[in-house]
Each structure stands twice: as C-alpha cells, then as structure tokens.
Design a protein around this ligand. Structure first.
Ligand SMILES: [Zn+2]
Length: 321
C-alpha cells in the first residue's frame, strides 16, 4: 500500500514518469528491492510511529523518464534516506547545485537530511552537453520529541571554553566528512554494530534538562557497558578520538561515495585511523563517555554533511542470546 501511495505521489509530479519494474516491491514484509541493504527497522514507538513510518517511507526502484538515457534510482526517497542511482558512464549528475561523485559505471549516491523539503532536483548532464532535469518527490516524516532530564548540566549548557573545544572537535569531524572516495563498501548489506533495546531514534527533537537542543541524528542502542561494537560494513577508519566533549569515544568509518558511519560514547577503542576494517570487526566497546546518561552506543550515518537515518540500513534486530 505504501508503494501505491508512493507511485501515486510521484506520478502526480509533472516532470516524472515512473516505469516500475516487476521487481518493485514494498518493504513492509522485509523483502528487498534490488539492493537488500535498504531495509527498515520495525517501528519502535507504537501505532502512531507505525503509521508515520509506513506513510513516510517510500521504497522504490524507478526509472526517471528519458527517451534516450534512463536513470535508475534505488533507496528511500524520504527524509533521512539514501538513494543510489545509475546514470550513463560519462554523465555528470547534480542534486540541486551539488555535483555528485559519479563512478566510471555511472553509479552515484545522494542522501536527504531530516529537514529536506518535499522535492529535490536531479540534473543529468550528458557527455554531448545535453541536460535533463528531474524533480524527485521526498516523503516528509514527522519526528517525536524526546525529553532527557537527568543530564549533567555542564554538558547541556557548556561554558565558553567547552564551546570552543566542541567547535574544534566538530571541525575535525567535518574534515573527514568533506570528500567522497570511490570505495563502494556501502553497497554491502549492513549488520548491527551492537545489540540491545533502541533507546533513541533518528530525528527526535531533543529537550535536555528542559532546554531545546539540536535534533537527535542517530540511533541509540542500549547495551551493557563494555559490550563490543563492530563495524557494520567494511571501510576505512577516518577518525578515532577517545574523549570528545559531547561524543566521548568516537570512531568514524568511511564506506565510500561520501557515506560514513559514526559510533560515539564508546570506551576502550580498538580502531586505528587509516586502517581498513572488515564487517564485524570490533572497533571499540559500549561506554557512556561524552554527553550520555548511561551506557549505550549512538550510531550515526552520514552522506557528506547530510545526516541519515541508520534504521534504513539494517534488517530488524535478531534476538540475542
Ligand atoms: Zn544518541
């Protein structure tokens, strides 16, 4: 049903014609499209959440209309979603004004942030100079409010020295997020980096000790302190920091094309900058370092500076013994 809504919604846009393929299917039953990594986590928050999720997540394999050059898109055309596409070799591809990395085979990737508007413009420039522009409809989600009241006040309202430290640490993160690499490790199906109850979801508006703060851009997995944290997919370790002010023990892994995963509040980090980790390799352990009220892993996914929803990357959690 979600799929039908998606198709209807997209079809209503004047610049798009969809030519669904036989493989096209909704994800509600956990089935995959051509890319099995893009699955959704079951809703964590009851019926309202279920309806919102069902309504907001569009899963499709589509061909944007073009008589000569079909562009195939796969993924989640919604806030927090990642989309992969395949243009013709030699094409240039832009999302809005942003030029995308295009692989030799035409592969490209883009993501939508939490506050992405209802549409985005994709531009394909062919080697002969001809240009096509397509509008993409982006499903809008609604996000919960999460209140956390027992947080150390100095971490909620940092003093000027701590603010300067936070800024310097953020710059280190920005440095490793800026440039996409041609690696394709993000194409493998991801596994959970840790196991445990989900204690925080992507996009929630945060109210810390009664004060509104930035939204929550990741998935919190509550697990006992010291539990291993593993790489959810192979990749190059780009940042390891043991004591960032807000994020504590922090590791960032680069999976290529601008797609990176980050793991924070950890302790006993084992990942090393500049090394390549395999999927399932231990990178650190669950802690409560930085701004955390208890042991948990905060897992974030990004495409360049765009924060994505990690729940789209993994199948439902399996019961652990
Ligand atoms: Zn978190």
């Amino acid at each position: 049903m979600a799929l039908l809504r998606a198709r209807a919604r997209l079809a209503a846009l004047p610049l798009i014609q969809l030519r669904p393929r036989g493989r096209m299917s909704a994800f509600a039953d956990g089935s995959s499209l051509c890319s099995p990594r893009l699955r959704i986590l079951p809703p964590q928050g009851g019926k309202g959440s279920l309806l919102r999720l069902a309504w907001s997540i569009l899963l499709l394999l589509a061909i944007l209309s073009s008589p000569a050059h079909a562009v195939e898109l796969t993924g989640h055309l919604t806030q927090g979603g990642l989309v992969t596409g395949r243009a013709q070799p030699g094409d240039k591809v832009l999302l809005g004004d942003r030029a995308l990395l295009v692989g030799e085979d035409g592969l490209f990737v883009f993501g939508f942030g939490r506050d992405q508007g209802q549409s985005a413009q994709l531009t394909i420039v062919h080697p002969d100079g001809t240009t096509e522009q397509q509008m993409i409809a982006v499903a809008q989600r609604s996000f919960d409010i999460q209140r956390i009241d027992n947080m150390e006040q100095a971490k909620v309202t940092p003093n000027p020295a701590d603010l300067a430290r936070i800024k310097a640490e953020q710059e280190k993160v920005n440095e490793v997020r800026g440039v996409p690499t041609p690696a394709r490790d993000f194409l493998v199906p991801f596994i959970w980096p840790a196991h445990g109850p989900i204690s925080g979801v992507y996009g929630s508006q945060r109210i810390l000790n009664g004060e509104p703060r930035a939204p929550h851009y990741g998935l919190d997995i509550a697990a006992p302190e010291g539990s291993p944290v593993v790489a959810p997919a192979p990749g190059m370790v780009r940042l390891v920091a043991s004591d960032f002010f807000l994020t504590g023990g922090t590791v960032i892994i680069d999976h290529g094309f601008g797609v990176q995963s980050s793991f924070i509040h950890m302790k006993a980090l084992t990942a090393k900058v500049g090394t390549y980790v395999q999927q399932g390799e231990v990178i650190g352990h669950v802690g409560k370092t930085g701004r955390a009220t208890g042991p948990h892993l905060h897992w974030g996914m990004t495409w360049l500076d765009v924060r994505l929803d990690p729940a789209f990357w993994v199948p439902p959690q399996q019961a652990q013994n």
